[in-house]
Design a protein around this ligand. Sequence first.
Ligand code: KG4
Ligand code: ZN
Length: 390
Amino acid sequence: MKILAIETSCDETAVALLEASGTDTTASFRILGNALLSQIDIHKAYGGVFPALAKRAHAENITALLSNTLEEASMLREDVQVVSEEVREKVETILEREPGLARALMTFLSETERPSIDAIAVTHGPGLEPALWVGVNVARALSVAWNIPIVPINHMEGHFLAALGEMREDIIHIENVSLPILGLLISGGHTELQLMEPWVQYRLLGSTRDDAVGEAFDKVARMMDLPYPGGPEISRLAERDREDAGTNPFTLPRPMIDSGDYDFSFSGIKTAVMYMLKEHGALTDEEKQQLARAFEDAVTEVLWKKTADALAATGAKTLILGGGVSANVHIQRVFKKEIAEEFSDVTLRIPVSELTTDNAVMIGIAGFYRALKKEYATEVRADGNLRLSS
Ligand code: KG4
Ligand code: ZN
């Protein structure tokens, strides 16, 4: 099954084309085309994602990314196409609020033969709603023009399932996965523990009551005058401090670590950093490294404690880390060590590095399993607050 996947939920515009085969229990995914454009440079000046600019950048770039993806997959056949008046009208109605995108897409459609694709998977939530609508509307327009069904995808399910993939000879394999699966999903917008059982059905065990962990990384980095996105910057500094392995003058609280539930709170750590900086004044380079390390240690300890409690309580056989923050080397290292020592019967799966932060391949992977269930939609709407568990 060939799946075209589109992701525009936040600050990455991404399109991918996958050849997927198999079943729920044994599946493989060949990446035929994969195009991604990060908007980090646009948002850097604001220290965070600016929704109106995110939407505009998605609209400006998505047609070229679509074309590049098809080209990489050797499925771009340029040829004069007669687009019927009916299709033209429908595409223009779908994209009526984006006249520039409507024009670009019509030009693309009038020059490109319909590729042989079986389904279009598109992220319809959660995320920034104006940004999500760009991807959703492009999917709707292509669906009308090429008569290809749409499978709407939850972005968090993309992160969850991508973490199960193992890369061998450029093909992603998802197989031999034991259920139940506990997922710790940590990104810029989410921090949650989800339990998957049965396959692709989720139960929310707990989530953050305030900031997402990635958001805390980004906000603390901003307070320390580090560029956006802060996660990789803090990680880099903290790792340097661990190499030096000195004592750390900074300690930060571990909010809710003994709350007895699976909920998280990260705004307290952020506030503690704020007061610490006020009291302390400007930081030396060494102190920045130490503070970064203290922050990472506090966050990692809370994440592991809640995850360990959830593993013990649910008897989960597999643990996945998913979402942008799962790229963090310290979190990965601590989780690997703790699992080996305390839960040797649990398999830990972490996404291959290309699939940790936002991308369209993960949306295509989720699209395959949803297409197997024939979850095609006639009406697709963006929903910024879409949930994974019902
Ligand atoms: O999943 P993602 O790409 O986008 C969302 O869906 O939010 O996650 C982005 C988040 C940002 O907050 C970024 O700072 C964080 O992931 N991040 C990291 C690292 N790489 C990305 N946080 C900690 N350490 C990293 N190495
Ligand atoms: Zn994400």
